[in-house]
Ligand binder design. Structure first.
Ligand code: FAD
Ligand code: UDP
Length: 373
């Protein structure tokens, strides 16, 4: 079969590879001049530091098959994401852990004492927290909320935390020990040669042809037996029902000699600092030595028509519009909508790869049985 993959990010590359290995002829197009989508990394031209051009990416997963899959295409180095935050003129460790709590309140509590102390700060009158703000007040109390979450979240999402769902904050743990690993997952690491190398290796197959700087047009669909589309869902329909809301990011690059901040990611909890965080990319490759350093200040704002969509907003209005677009998508024959943009969801890389593997396998089973997907 002749298959078209729109997008050379992890979604397109993984589906393409699975189908190519099954003997199908695969064409992958991407409008950008490079593969790897938002996970694109390249060496900074001035400092030679491996840089995450669309924002910091740390690989973490509990999915053994996905972990083995990425390691097969390029080696990983151990890496633990330890994030710091600056607020009220001090530096603390994230996610909120025993060190953060003891430093913030100037105490030397043991785990059980800290748990009891934080419970005394929590607003227990909130029975069933629905909003981000309620979730924070219920579980960490007003002081930690004001210092670590309120300003950051306002900057990140462009609205008050009382307008956001509690689920956003539930992504972050509160720990009553000194574990400052940002993630829970069993496998965590950083690709030794960057993410672009992994995607290039996945796409390196005799049945795959990649065309960069190539935008997909719907008129191409009939030329292929099937299309997997990892571009924007609303974009496929020329935004005919309106635009699904996204936040975009602006990155302000700067370089320095030596070590700018001593860690890979420093968040800024207060609204008075206009950026959400600064990432210093040489710390993502601690096994390399660099005298020079490249950093990015990260600013979040509403996504305009010509901006790169990063975070789907998914509030009530967007979810209603999404339902309508999904209905339209279900009526399109011969096209499967995949990936973070094609399904309008925030997806970590491991989930993206898992879904791509499952989608490809389902397609292969369907084609063997002579069914349409
Ligand atoms: P993308 O990577 O967006 O790829 C889609 C591709 O399709 C793009 O290259 C685009 O150019 C192309 N395209 C779109 N429309 C068209 C068209 N019409 N014609 C041709 N090409 C088109 N995940 C983690 O696991 N860990 C992290 O630490 C992490 N950090 C993140 C930080 C930020 C700031 C963001 C926004 C995301 C982060 N992610 C992280 C998530 C990660 O970026 C995604 O899981 C991954 O990019 C999804 O891959 P994808 O192929 O679905 O989409
Ligand atoms: N958050 C915050 N302060 C921080 C880090 C995170 O208020 O220092 C909030 C913010 O609203 C963010 C959410 O917690 O969207 C989830 O954090 P995560 O690190 O998962 O952020 P994201 O993936 O959204 O960048």
């Amino acid at each position: 079969m002749n298959i078209l993959l729109v997008g050379a990010g992890f979604s397109g590359a993984v589906i393409g590879r699975e189908l190519a290995e099954a003997g199908h002829s695969v064409k992958v197009v991407d409008s950008r001049p490079h593969v790897a989508g938002n996970c694109f990394t390249e060496r900074d031209s001035e400092t030679n530091v491996m840089s995450h051009i669309y924002g910091p990416h740390i690989f973490h997963t509990d999915d053994k098959e996905v972990w083995e899959y990425v390691n097969k295409y390029s080696p990983f180095k151990p890496y633990v994401n330890r994030v710091k935050t600056t607020t009220q003129s001090r530096v603390y460790s994230l996610p909120i852990n025993l060190h953060t709590i003891n430093q913030f309140f100037g105490k030397a509590m043991r785990p059980d004492e800290a748990r009891e102390f934080i419970e005394s700060k929590a607003d227990v009158s909130i029975d069933d927290p629905k909003t981000f703000e309620e979730q924070a007040l219920r579980f960490v109390g007003g002081e930690l909320y004001e210092a670590f979450f309120k300003g950051y979240t306002q900057k990140q999402w462009g609205c008050h935390p009382s307008e956001l769902p509690a689920s956003i904050l539930k992504r972050l743990p509160v720990r009553f020990n000194y574990n400052d690993n940002y993630f829970f997952h069993r496998y965590q690491g950083m690709p030794e040669h960057g993410y672009t190398k992994i995607v290039e290796s996945i796409l390196d197959h005799k049945n795959i042809k990649v065309s960069l700087n190539t935008s997909f047009t719907k008129s191409e669909v009939p030329e292929f037996d099937h299309v997997f589309y990892s571009g924007a869902l609303d974009g496929y329909f020329d935004y005919e029902l309106g635009r699904l809301g996204y936040r975009t990011l602006d990155f302000e690059r700067f370089t320095c000699t030596g070590d700018y901040q001593g860690c890979a990611v420093m968040n800024y909890g207060e609204e008075s600092v206009p950026y959400t965080r600064i990432s210093e990319h040489k710390h993502f490759s601690p096994w390399e030595e660099h005298k020079e350093s490249v950093c990015y200040r990260e600013y979040s704002r509403a996504c305009g028509e010509n901006d790169i969509p990063y975070y789907p907003i998914r509030l009530v209005e967007e979810k209603e519009l999404l339902v309508k677009y999904v209905e339209l998508a279900e009526m399109v024959d011969g096209v499967t909508f995949v990936g973070r943009l094609g399904t309008y969801r925030y997806l970590d890389m491991d989930v993206t790869i898992r879904e791509a593997l499952d989608t490809a396998r389902e397609f292969l089973v369907c084609t063997q049985k002579g069914k349409q997907m």
